[in-house]
Design a protein around this ligand. Structure first.
Ligand SMILES: Nc1ncnc2c1ncn2[C@@H]1O[C@H](COP(=O)(O)OP(=O)(O)OP(=O)(O)O)[C@@H](O)[C@H]1O
Ligand SMILES: [Mg+2]
Length: 356
């Protein structure tokens, strides 16, 4: 009986021990699992949020970011990061390529636009040139009509004056007065003929002339006493002789100097340059006058374009200068700044050079 009783007691004790052991084992496992889970979660969350941050940056347009991770090996997350970085590199490549192509296309478009603008300018200039030429041609016709209309009475006048001059009984001072009248009629005929020549086009002559006296003549013809007082005149003239048409050169200089004087009503500085450059003659007339606004500058070579009051300007000066420059196989250019002044430059080859 005693044995039986101690045996069952032993069994109970063993069972209790086993339960306690099991409880401790289960508790320890649960603790370990929870601790491991928290630790792993912490590390994982940090890496995932770093990846998320990189994605957000890309969403915001920053393609130069990089998801953190080792260059090789590692877990699935590292693999994901590398994949993301590769994709980003590809996008960056596409982007650079696209930007390059857009820049190229833009540059090409800009160039085409510029070409178009230039073409347009040329077209406008050509049209303006045409109207200028048409107007000059019209002027030529007008001058022809006037010359014809005036020519007949002038011829009659000349004839009568000749008859009068031949009369022996004509006494002084009538005789001298008739001579003066004959001279004046001759001048009128000449003026009309020259005017006709100017409007019909020019055929330049070729003479060997010095530039300095031509400049002085032009200044003498245009600078009145009043202008000399308010305007300071500077010359820069080569002491050389050139082969050209002196009449046309004088015409160019007088027109340009006259304009410069008109542009300086309150005084200023006029500079006339005349030089020989290689086989080219270069004339330059500059002033410190009013200058020109772009919309005036655009029209100055058109016949009849003037900003001067009636009776002061006909607007023919520069149109004729341009025709002269063309006849001399040269060109006329203008630089001007409103309020600062203007400079006109004419360059043309010497007669022998273009005769070749
Ligand atoms: N040096 C200059 N400074 C400022 N404007 C100028 C100058 N030269 C010419 N211009 C402008 O160009 C216009 C045309 O000049 P252009 O010589 O053809 O005619 P104009 O001087 O008006 O008359 P004209 O037939 O008597 O010479 C002028 O009316 C003026 O507005
Ligand atoms: Mg003029």
């Amino acid at each position: 009986l005693v044995l039986l009783a101690s045996h069952s007691e032993a069994e109970r004790l063993v069972a209790a021990e086993r339960r306690a052991l099991l409880l401790v084992a289960v508790g320890a496992s649960v603790f370990l699992i929870v601790a491991f889970w928290i630790l792993l979660g912490r590390i994982l969350i940090r890496r995932v949020s770093a990846l998320q941050l990189a994605m957000r940056a890309v969403e915001g347009g920053h393609l130069d970011v990089k998801a953190p991770g080792p260059p090789e090996g590692g877990d699935e997350l590292a693999y994901l990061s590398r994949g993301f970085n590769r994709m980003l590199a590809q996008i960056r490549g596409f982007n650079a390529d696209l930007t390059g192509r857009i820049e190229e296309a833009t540059a090409e478009l800009t160039k085409k636009n510029r070409d178009l603008e230039e073409l347009n300018e040329l077209l406008v200039a050509a049209r303006r040139d045409l109207t200028s030429k048409e107007r000059l041609a019209a002027l030529g016709q007008l001058a022809g009509t006037i010359a014809h209309e005036l020519g007949n009475p002038l011829n009659a006048l000349n004839g009568h004056l000749q008859l009068l001059a031949r009369r022996p009984e004509l006494a002084e001072p009538a005789r001298s007065q008739v001579a003066v009248l004959q001279g004046e009629v001759g001048r009128m005929t000449q003026i009309i003929r020259r005017f006709l020549d100017q409007t019909r086009g020019f055929t330049p002559t070729a003479e060997t002339v010095e530039l300095a006296p031509l400049v002085e003549e032009a200044l003498d013809l245009t600078l009145g006493t009043e202008a000399r007082q308010r305007i300071q005149v500077a010359r820069e003239v080569d002491g050389v002789a050139v082969r050209t048409d002196p009449g046309l050169v004088r015409h160019l200089l007088t027109n340009l100097v006259a304009n410069a004087i008109d542009a300086m009503p309150n005084g200023g500085r006029l500079e006339v340059q005349a030089r020989s450059e290689g086989k080219e003659v270069v004339l330059r007339v500059s002033d410190t006058g009013t200058g020109m606004q772009p919309d005036v500058k655009r029209h100055i070579f058109e016949a009849f374009f003037t900003t001067k009051p009636d009776g002061k300007g006909t607007g023919l000066g520069l149109a004729i200068c341009k025709e002269i420059a063309r006849a001399l196989r040269g060109r006329i250019d203008v630089e001007s700044e409103p309020g600062k002044g203007s400079a006109f430059t004419v360059r043309f080859p010497e007669a022998d050079a273009h005769a070749a």
